[in-house]
Design a binder for this molecule. Sequence first.
Ligand code: ADP
Ligand code: MG
Length: 695
Amino acid sequence: MRSVPDYFGCMVFDDKTMKSRLPKETYKAMKKAIQDNKRLDLSVANVVANAMKDWAIEKGATHYTHWFQPMTGITAEKHDSFISPTEGGNVIMEFSGKELVKGESDASSFPSGGLRATFEARGYTAWDPTSYAFIKEGVLYIPTAFCSYGGEALDKKTPLLRSMEAISKQTVRIMKLFGQEMTAVKTTVGPEQEYFLVDKEMYDKRKDLRYTGRTLFGARPPKGQEMDDHYFGSIKPRVAAYMKDLDEELWQLGILAKTEHNEGAPAQHELAPIFTTTNIAADHNQLTMEIMQKVARKHGLVCLLHEKPFKGVNGSGKHNNWSIQTNSGVNLLEPGETPYENAQFLLFLCAVIKAVDNYQDLLRISVASAGNDHRLGAHEAPPAVVSMFLGDELNDILEAIENDTAYDAKEAVQMKVGVHVLPRFPKDTTDRNRTSPFAFTGNKFEFRMLGSASSISSANIALNTAVAESLKSYADRLENVENFEEALHALIKKTIKDHKRIIFNGNGYDDEWIKEAEKRGLSNLKTTPDCLPALISEKSVELFANHKVFTREELEARYEIYLENYCKTINIEALTMIDMVRKDILPAISAYIGVLSGNALAVKSACGASCTYEMATVGRLSELSDSICKKISEFEATLDNIKAYSDKLEIATMYKDLIIPAMESIRADVDEAESMTSAKYWPYPSYGDLLFSVQ
Ligand code: ADP
Ligand code: MG
């Protein structure tokens, strides 16, 4: 049997492979481009392309693809073979630097939010040398950014790379103030991914799962997650076999899959990789989601990535563990050993506090989707109010700094930044406060509002840019001051004073907190249509434009795309609901009513018995059937009526205010009917079947 170190990353054109396959000079140029986030010369790219092709062909590849991440939220690819004709009807395998560096794609059907008129529909893909190429199913994948001919970003990678550059630039300025010269830093991310596994046969019988990724109906099963017997429980053999296969596939692609466990809900699991550079983490997370689904099929399972596949059961999220790291591997959110290091740590900590408070809306928007709206604030995931958890120790330190008091009662001296050694605070290894949307966990922040199905890019774009802005304001303030230490202390103190409202160490699921948050003036944007307009506010445009992450046009385009995605998602759910009700549910209820009525008639005429069960059930089911029938007709009319509107925000708001509540109301009737109908007559596998059948 191959050992893991033997095959880990075997399908990746990684540093080790580059070192062994590239001429020394080319390798050096490549390495420098990766470190400094710079493009490569064509002459260097030619050499890299050729080496990449030879390596890929040895591994059985015949094609290459520019792999990109359009605004659909999933990845896209178009395969080209390496063949090139030669005289005499032969072919050779070729791959040039030009083909590696830039691809033209007539990908005019991807959402562009109006950035590309059809006459100039062609976009192009540009190689991102900071994310390694890899081989998957006989194809060499080249991670690329996808832009319009005017250079506008049409994807999720381009702005992510820009935001990484923005935060790097400002961090370098700050580090210089602390006497450390460097050219670039990186943000790091470890995204913990939650998902559900259900049996494929059951899944196939549920139109709602197939069309929308979530169940639109389903009566509560007798058992849910109340026993907490699934969380970290022993992993069932079929799931364990799946996880083993998944790990192998991910490891071959150099993905650092590390931790796997059962999650809170039945049939729910989690996979966490070891953290890496943000854009690589984003690429890896996309690949992980794709491979999770592919491997599941091999095991007769389906992997559900939707944020809320089952009502009444915990949904799935993604925890985005985030930090900033120097090129030599120093984590800037790691509290230091000396007062000076501590001052630096506190400054970065404050930069994040200020960023999260100032740009709550943008962080909220960065996780907004129709699917995630079901989770946030539903007592299973953080509320829609963004707040930060720092833990008691750190909180006490900040309070001491703010109030010029002693941190430790025993030590009667005032807490002074840059003079005092901070105590070692214990790391939050136990995830003590899982209710906080944004928690400091010892040496990194964990942003917990992300939905399980989304790319992690949007959240990191917002976070990187917002923190870049804090750091910029700090650098502007601190460069050229006479007394650095004093200015630093004052700045940290001021940040704490100005932004402490965002810090909340209590229970984020508590309704009291929502009231308190309102008093503090924190925003509570419950749904996607509620929050999206802030994306194109002047404040947002200014932030993103200043840091060269998005132009106004790019933001407006994204705003349109997000609104459209929201409306399309709910429209598909609505149509699926109508289809299920009309074609399957009402006929099933009717059939069952028919059988019960027939039985009751026969029994009554045979012996005159009262047939209480039959009569009561027929009575209630008939009422429900009438109610469902009436509601579904009204629902269709409402849906039709929306078509008359053209303003996208207005339409999205109508979906939210009219369609979603109507769906809830229809569902309530259907679920009650399900609970009274013989399982034999119900057209779909039940929640119990879906949640408890995988052993
Ligand atoms: P847990 O949250 O289960 O206690 P950890 O906190 O150790 O486990 O790690 C959770 C995730 O955070 C992992 O993906 C881990 O690699 C990631 N992580 C750890 N350190 C950092 C860091 N400096 N930057 C980004 N992610 C990190
Ligand atoms: Mg964690």
